[in-house]
Design a protein around this ligand. Structure first.
Ligand SMILES: NC(=O)c1ccc[n+]([C@@H]2O[C@H](COP(=O)([O-])OP(=O)(O)OC[C@H]3O[C@@H](n4cnc5c(N)ncnc54)[C@H](OP(=O)(O)O)[C@@H]3O)[C@@H](O)[C@H]2O)c1
Length: 376
């Protein structure tokens, strides 16, 4: 179990968790200046913690551990069905004065069955209540196709086809803009939009607020160069999801390409092994499992490629939100600010592009707003 791996990494530390937490905070403090500035001038920590598939009973410790390590950006969503536990973890950390609310950047997303205008506010308030917050730093339209409201997250008809709603994302955007005016959210954004759809939104008559972020799948097999360039030219920042190729995704086939096992990515990773000095600091912090000098029992062979895959986005000024519920990996994924990929290595990573999507959204395919028909 991932949760068990996390607690054993901590319990092996001889001076106890409290000391580990303080030391990690000191180590991470120097990395705190790594932000992307949005068009609203809000600053987003470039590295956040993803929480999709972070199960109940494990996400609380993951979020608390992440905050101790130095993460200040959490990526949440109504549909992840764990926001209440994320909220409890945030509150605990605020109450013990490990972090202040204003130091955190909390993202959530509006699910398509709530895209009808009269449901938007209610959905946002449900998320705020679960997360125990007064405001969100960013609220994102999760998918651009509105679906029939109701209990089912993906409503289907008798033939098994997804049932849409007549509401368009342009209608929804007006309701989302109202959330900004009401102070419930500070910034608003989009997810999974292609550039034609973004263009439609930007050209919407009476547009009050522009989206600040487009959150999309992105990694070396799907580099999204054109879409990112387009977004950035319009003042829209990009967030990369599934940066590690989401190895735990449902429906994964053995023949699917694996980023973490890619020989070129591993070759680059091997060149960026932690130095002996860094390794000994991590060892002292009880995190030997994060280094390549730990015992072979503790060594995680997939760990270092993960750092390269995260660093890849940081050097492109793309926000990145790897998910983990394993404390050792959460800590390791944060160790990406003390090395730099060379121009040649970045070029190699970009050359791996094959427009491969781990998430082709089959359930949206028959619907009007299916975004992946366009080249970008
Ligand atoms: N807007 C959208 O439509 C959308 C879609 C997908 C995802 N997202 C967001 O993006 C986040 C990240 O994407 P994702 O969850 O799809 O996938 P991901 O971050 O690419 O991969 C997560 C998986 O990688 C494992 N992992 C984490 N760090 C690792 C490391 N250093 N070495 C080896 N394995 C590691 C995790 O395992 P353990 O947890 O067991 O450690 C988990 O199974 C999501 O959690 C969510 O917040 C948004």
């Amino acid at each position: 179990m991932p949760g068990q791996a996390a607690s054993s990494a901590v319990s092996t530390f001889p001076w106890g968790r409290r000391h580990l937490t303080c030391s990690l905070r000191a180590v991470s403090a120097r990395t705190m200046a790594n932000f992307v500035e949005l068009s609203t001038k809000a600053k987003v920590p470039i590295l956040g913690l993803g929480t999709w598939k972070s199960g109940l009973g494990e996400v609380r410790e993951a979020v608390k551990g992440a905050i101790d390590i130095g993460y200040r950006h959490l990526d949440c969503a109504y549909v992840y069905e764990n926001e209440h536990e994320v909220g409890e973890a945030i509150q605990e950390k605020i109450q013990e004065k490990a972090v202040k609310r204003e130091e955190l950047f909390i993202v959530s997303k509006l699910w398509p069955t709530f895209m009808e205008k009269h449901l938007v506010r209610e959905s946002c308030q449900k998320t705020l209540k679960d997360l125990r917050l007064d405001y969100l730093d960013l609220y994102v339209i999760h998918f651009l196709q509105a679906l029939q409201p109701g209990e089912d997250l993906i409503p289907k008809d008798d033939k098994g086809d997804t049932i849409s709603s007549k509401t368009t994302f342009l209608d929804t955007w007006e309701a989302v803009e109202e959330l900004v005016d009401e102070g419930l959210v500070k910034n608003i954004g989009i997810s999974n939009f292609n550039h034609f759809q973004i263009e439609r939104l930007l050209n919407k008559p009476g547009l009050k607020y522009k989206p600040v972020i487009n959150q999309v799948e992105c990694h070396p097999y799907l580099t999204q160069e054109k879409l990112i360039q387009y977004c950035q030219s319009k003042g829209i920042s990009a967030t990369a999801y599934s940066p590690l190729g989401c190895p735990n995704r449902s429906g994964a086939k053995p023949e699917d390409p694996s980023l973490l096992e890619d020989p070129k990515i591993n070759e680059i990773a091997a060149k960026h092994k932690k130095s002996a000095a860094q390794a000994s600091v991590l060892w002292c912090l009880g995190l030997a499992a994060l280094t390549h000098v730990g015992s072979s029992r503790n060594r995680d062979r997939t760990s270092i490629p993960g750092m390269v895959l995260i660093r890849f986005h940081i050097q492109r000024h793309v926000i990145v939100i790897p998910k983990s519920v394993t404390l050792a990996r959460i800590a390791e994924n944060f160790q990406v600010f003390d090395f730099k990929l060379s121009d040649e290595e970045m070029a190699t990573l970009l050359s791996l592009n094959r427009d491969w999507r781990y998430y082709p959204f089959h359930w949206l395919k028959s619907l009007e707003e299916y975004p992946l028909y366009a080249e970008y």
